[in-house]
Design a protein around this ligand. Sequence first.
Ligand SMILES: Cc1cc2nc3c(=O)[nH]c(=O)nc-3n(C[C@H](O)[C@H](O)[C@H](O)COP(=O)(O)O)c2cc1C
Length: 328
Amino acid sequence: MTTETELTAADLRLLAEAGGMAPSLHNSQPWHFRPTPDLRGLEVHADLSRAVPAADPDGRALHISIGAAVFNLRVAAAHLGREAVVQLLPNGAGTQPRAVLGLSAPLRTPQPFGADLYPAIPRRHSSRHPFTNRDVPEALVADLITAARDEGVTLTVLEEHGMRRVLALTSEAEARIAADVTREAETHRWLRLEPSCDGIPLAALGSHDRDAHLPMRGFAGHPPRHTTPAARFEALPQIATLTTHFDGQSDWLRTGQALERVWLLATVHGLRASVLHQAVEIPDTRWRLRDPAEGPAHVQLVLRLGYGPPGAASPRRPVSQVLDLPEG
Ligand SMILES: Cc1cc2nc3c(=O)[nH]c(=O)nc-3n(C[C@H](O)[C@H](O)[C@H](O)COP(=O)(O)O)c2cc1C
């Protein structure tokens, strides 16, 4: 076990590989990792050349993606026997780095996340396949809620009426996004850069019940490679939201950490997930996503959960492109 020692090149590579496997909007991977000058920690910078400004003008999704990478770094640090002491936005909002992890102390508790999440990092994939109609067991839902809460974020698995409301708003947003030429051009640019996004089913897919229409992210104008018959999708999708009390960059970074913590725990239990982001990309549909009964809350992300095929691995930038290795 490593104690009070500098990070080696091998440690840095392992950390950067884990961080780089996080989910991100359009697989944009908008992060860059840099060891601290004393080599006892790691800075996480936003790579603004990989921002997605039409879909994400405020950088909310960018920060969520970076937050997910930060969580993977925490899991990888635990795997190396190091305690991760995380500071978000150490120099204030809008400045670099977006997070810094102090990694010099030995791990205090052997299983800081309640389960060994490290093997789940490369196994977690977005699954946009049809799921079965099997419900997520209540005990697992409770564990996922606790995992999000430990990151300061609320996970709510919606009842049927909430699910229908959120899917209707997602469909509305999907249609509005498809009609927006600037967004479509941006999406197509990412499709060319990151062909992994091609794996996203392109047609809007529906379930057995037209009201519970399941609007998987579509890319209008691109003929679908694989269309999945609507009838094969689950009848009542299990939809969850991640919400926060406030709506600043640190809340977005926390949401990303919660997203990845929930997703890795789900992966450990064979539960699949995908993100339905359309409705949070448009201010008025995002506002209408809020459940007024829940009190003030900002919806950061909509997740679809269920049992089915795991989803395919999508490509990542090589470590050499996301990590500054110290010279020598
Ligand atoms: C903020 C955010 C928004 C996302 N939005 C969508 C979406 O609307 N539809 C979708 O299918 N996937 C969405 N994703 C998932 C990414 O497309 C996915 O993480 C990326 O392509 C990498 O693939 P992987 O999750 O299988 O590693 C989103 C991910 C993040 C972090």
